[in-house]
Design a protein around this ligand. Structure first.
Ligand SMILES: NC(=O)c1ccc[n+]([C@@H]2O[C@H](COP(=O)([O-])OP(=O)(O)OC[C@H]3O[C@@H](n4cnc5c(N)ncnc54)[C@H](O)[C@@H]3O)[C@@H](O)[C@H]2O)c1
Length: 350
């Protein structure tokens, strides 16, 4: 088997210390388990609901302390990185407060629903010399990270098309706060799929995009958001992308298969079940068994890249500024769906 490009989480020798602001569901089920697994130091946590923060400390005894307030967390000189795990509402205000306090930030996705509120904070962060990254942890999901490395190495030539199928049950949406988000699949859940697609189409520009979402047979009336969503995008050079969620798939073998077709070969794989990556080129097929999972190794990868960027004084691969193109794709998808699948002409550099 040829050498496999490194796809696992990487960390610098000196590891900055983390505090989690908004230690809710995803922080407790993915962020903290990832940091525990990779031995990253969490100096403290805060939630606006004190019992939630206490529950986090009970589950993760290595957490240093529970802060009384977000202000106390931000003022703590022991904290190098604020892991902002809140929902997107109020994101710009939290980012500005963290920048003001001189902290680097890893902000949960979606970065914001209002990009215009974020831009001034990014300038302030640059001036203050602090890094803001977005927790697009799926970029480090082993089944996607290895594919990205292969594409970057030119293993399949130039990318011609990216195709994703969501061949698994949906996560719980009905009855959760996610069901109150308009066009939830397009505006929140599929952010990861749109983001990785643009990583694989890097250097191209999206000429147009259209998206639709609709209710499906069997969807209970209590589920407010549509359970099916499709996004189709075409680049200026003719390369294209398709992301398709059929509904709440009934299967004993859940997976998220994808294909990246190139001028000289293909990468295919899957994640969130039956994880693998396969490279086909020049009549040879190489199948890689990947180690780790999106949950939780991808979360460690996103934090590790921010730590490396801080150590090396550069922008992280998942910087907030880089994320603006992902947000533009998400916004276009939502807008298209709200206009019955109208074609959105974008001319958006990826
Ligand atoms: N793969 C992933 O990366 C992934 C998976 C699931 C959720 N998420 C994202 O994580 C974010 C949080 O989701 P969750 O399900 O953990 O939510 P949650 O409500 O369980 O947790 C959010 C935390 O932030 C606090 N919070 C929420 N809004 C706040 C505000 N305006 N000001 C101060 N504190 C606030 C809550 O009290 C809680 O501590 C969402 O943006 C969601 O899309 C990401």
């Amino acid at each position: 088997m040829p050498d496999i490009p490194e796809y696992r989480p990487q960390f610098p020798t000196e590891r900055p210390r983390i505090a989690v602001l908004g230690v809710g569901a995803i922080a407790q089920t993915a962020h903290l388990p990832a940091y525990e697994k990779y031995g990253l130091e969490v100096v403290g946590v805060w939630s606006r609901t004190p019992a939630t923060a206490e529950r986090a400390r009970d589950s993760f005894p290595s957490i240093g302390r529970v802060y009384e307030s977000a202000e106390e967390l931000l003022a703590d000189p022991e904290v190098d990185i604020v892991d902002l795990a809140t929902r997107p509402e109020g994101r710009a205000r939290w980012l500005a407060a963290a920048v003001e306090a001189g902290k680097h930030v890893l902000a949960q996705k979606p970065l914001t629903q209002e990009p215009d509120t974020i831009r001034p904070v990014l300038d302030q962060a640059d001036a203050a010399g602090v890094r803001i990254a977005v927790n697009q942890n799926a970029r480090w999901a082993p089944g996607w990270r290895l594919a990205t490395r292969l594409v970057e190495q030119g293993a399949i030539g130039e990318v011609v098309g990216v195709t994703h199928l969501h061949d698994k049950p949906l996560p719980p949406i009905a009855g959760t706060h996610f069901d109150d988000v308009p066009h939830m699949l397009l505006g929140d859940y599929l952010v990861h799929w749109l983001d990785i697609t643009r990583c694989w189409l890097a250097g191209k520009d999206v000429a147009w995009l259209r998206a639709s979402d609709h209710r499906v047979p069997g969807q209970p009336v209590t589920a407010k958001n549509p359970w099916s969503a499709t996004v189709e995008a075409v680049c200026g050079d003719g390369a294209s992308a398709l992301v398709r969620v059929v509904g709440d798939v009934r299967t004993r073998t859940p997976s998220c298969p994808y294909w990246i077709h190139g001028t000289e070969g293909s990468v295919r794989g899957s994640l969130l079940g039956r994880d693998f990556v396969e490279l086909e080129r020049g009549g040879t097929t190489t199948r890689y068994a990947t180690e780790g999972q999106w949950f939780v190794d991808g979360f460690a990868g996103a934090m590790g890249e921010l730590m490396y960027a801080i150590a090396e004084g550069r922008d992280p691969y998942h910087s907030a500024r880089n994320n603006l193109a992902t947000l533009a794709l998400v916004d276009a998808a939502r807008t298209s769906a709200s206009r019955d699948g109208a074609r959105m002409d974008l001319g958006l550099a990826l």
